[in-house]
Write a protein that binds this ligand. Sequence first.
Ligand code: CA
Length: 231
Amino acid sequence: MSELVMLIEDEKEIRDLVRYNLEKAGYRVAAAADGEEGLRQLFASRPDALVLDLMLPGMNGLEIVRELRSEPLTHDLPILVLTARSAEMDKLLGFEQGADDYLTKPFSPRELVARVRSLLRRTKPSGVRALEAGPLRVDLDAHEASCAGARLDLTPREFDLLAFLARHPGRALSRDELLRKVWGYDYVGETRTVDVHVRRLRAKLGDHHEIIETVLGAGYKLVAPAPAEDA
Ligand code: CA
């Protein structure tokens, strides 16, 4: 499957232009007109790169970069920022917050495609991306998880929840944070949704259900005991 590029840009004309040219170059494109919607989509669809306008209504581009860089899930996401003409300050701030490249408006579509291609090439993941925590193994590329060698039959949401927990072993994660990061940025749902999914995950983990620990008054955490010593 071709790589997915997320685009957050409030000007429809530019959005259409970028989408058209990236699609023509063979990429899949997901687009949003503001930061909140963009982040929601981004956490849900896990794009391979982000093209981000800095001047957005509501949450601005710099805040988005900062948020993405603070998240393990999106920490390494390649980001190309679009800045208004001669906004040197924006450019500097963008890099400071962790943008990988920038392009000044107006830009040529060909240049944009070239930049995106080079970003994707530079950040190609090396080898299999997998998380291991205790008996748990989560393969992020294959979207498969196993516990003590046995493959877990998970729904996509259960997989995402387990992967998120496995990225933060030993850390208490609140239901609100889990809702936000696993279900989508501004998912409006009851925190009970999280409890229901944790219950199902535990059932599927069987004998190892205790690796997801309830932290009273806080939420959940994945406890990853050191492997038992073999005799
Ligand atoms: Ca704008």
